[in-house]
Ligand binder design. Structure first.
Ligand SMILES: Nc1ncnc2c1ncn2[C@@H]1O[C@H](COP(=O)(O)OP(=O)(O)O)[C@@H](O)[C@H]1O
Ligand SMILES: [Mg+2]
Length: 429
């Protein structure tokens, strides 16, 4: 593509993937100050508004499906006013962003980060979206501290992460891990010297459970400013509650006319690319679950059932029981095949146990794991390959070879090609 001469005051929208180089002049790309000689990439699936401050010569090399058009108002005026209000307030500041899927949360986080960085603030971002987060891999949430202006959050060097174990917080384990993890990452950001901490969140906002989760997250973070991006009326019930929280200043802004809607498949395929690159260099590692215990779940927490007892029980069912543990309040069984609801009821009758966890043989393969280091921090992700239940040895694929203290069982299962197979409502072990 030839060089483009752009007049002072003009504005463009660049739809990625595209390489951009500024040969002369001064411009702002998503609020990042760009000077002559700088090169940048607008990633696939992302759009970036370019605002020309002084006559500029720009080279654009578009990738497949990319485009560049004159576009006025990609950064809405209410975004600019909200950023001014925030940056005119006294630091240190915590700014949390909420809104539905594709409302522009991540883009606003980038824009505010750049504007804050340009004013000399120490900017940190806690990307608390375990599905579409950009600072850390899917199923985790991440903290990054800006060292330069950015085009997307994945330009920020990652400082720390926390394991969530799922790509949406629709189960209670994931909700708890996000609420605790995001708060810990915010505290760490301040400890590292940040004075503007931006907390980006996931797009799960509709319905009672989503609302309760968002309110708990807001209470745990206690932001100075809550930026609410309104796309339709989906946030109305949440706003009704938040209007009573006098300790938070809310800034209601609109979705940009330049925003794009990404399909569920696009979002899923983005995550799967991320798993693939994360696990590219992984190796099989054996964990002895006595020395490196599971932090959650039932398996290893009960007394091993003698084979005579298992045989007695299985005589009353048509299901082979391969391994069993009896806990104070649960029964954990590894079975030849999946049990049907009638068989589970029968097991309840026979054993008098209400909480029965059934693990069909081999079902553990593909379950996501969080590896926790001895200091309690997150060491990395793993994927279970196999468990030898008798000897309590687990084989997992992981790129991590440092010391691991404990393992957390996630709620997501991947297949050998890094496709998401299923999401489990509770930790399956
Ligand atoms: N102000 C904006 N200017 C240009 N593109 C935008 C803007 N806001 C959102 N987009 C585009 O819309 C899509 C969704 O925005 P994103 O910030 O990822 O939403 P969310 O984080 O709320 O899901 C992305 O492709 C993004 O590049
Ligand atoms: Mg986002």
């Amino acid at each position: 593509m030839p060089l483009m001469k752009c007049n002072r005051g003009s504005s463009f929208l660049i739809n990625g993937p595209a390489f951009i180089a500024l040969h002369d002049g001064k411009s702002f790309l998503l609020g990042k100050r760009v000077v002559a000689g700088e090169e940048m990439i607008v990633p696939k699936g992302k759009s970036a508004p370019l605002e020309v401050e002084s006559e500029s010569i720009i080279e654009i090399r578009p990738g497949s499906g990319a485009s560049i058009n004159e576009f006025v108002g990609a950064i809405p005026n209410d975004w600019k006013t909200a950023v001014e209000t925030i940056l005119n307030s006294k630091a240190p500041l915590k700014v949390m962003i909420i809104g539905g899927v594709d409302s522009g949360k991540t883009t606003f986080a980038v824009y505010l980060s750049n504007m804050g960085f340009d004013r000399g603030l120490e900017v940190a971002v806690v990307d608390a979206d375990p599905g579409q987060g950009e600072i850390s891999p899917p199923t985790t949430i991440g903290l990054g501290i800006l060292k330069s202006g950015i085009i997307s959050l994945n330009n920020i060097p990652s400082e720390d992460m926390r394991f969530v174990g799922s790509t949406t917080p629709s189960d209670l384990d994931s909700q708890m891990r996000i609420i605790i993890g995001a708060r810990a990452l915010v505290d760490k950001a301040f400890a590292k010297g940040a004075n503007l901490v931006i907390i980006n969140t996931c797009g799960w906002v509709s319905g009672r459970r989503a609302r309760d989760f968002k309110i708990s997250l807001i209470q745990s973070i206690a932001p100075d400013f809550l930026v609410i991006i309104q796309k339709g009326s989906e946030l109305a019930p949440l706003i009704t509650v938040l209007d009573h929280f006098k300790f938070i200043k809310t800034l209601k802004i609109s979705t940009s006319p330049a925003s794009r809607v990404r399909s569920r498949e696009e979002r899923k395929s983005r995550r799967e690319d991320a798993y693939q690159s994360y696990f590219a260099k992984s190796k099989a590692r054996v964990f002895n679950l006595i020395e490196t215990p599971l932090l959650n779940g039932h398996y290893t927490y009960g007394r091993i059932m003698p084979s005579t007892l298992l045989e007695d029980i299985q005589k009353q069912l048509r299901l082979r029981l391969l391994y069993g543990e009896l806990g104070d309040d649960f029964l954990f069984l590894v079975t030849e095949r999946e049990a049907d609801p009638m068989e589970i009821n029968k097991l309840r009758e026979i054993t008098g146990m209400n909480d029965i966890i059934i693990m069909p043989k081999g079902f553990e393969k593909g379950i996501m794991l969080g590896l926790i280091s001895p200091d309690g921090g997150f060491a990395g992700l793993g994927i279970i390959s196999h468990i030898d239940y008798e000897s309590k040895k687990m084989v997992a694929l992981t790129p991590i070879d440092c010391e691991v203290a404990t393992l957390v069982i996630g709620h997501l299962k991947l297949d050998d090609s890094w496709h998401e197979v299923c999401r489990l409502t509770q930790a399956p072990l």
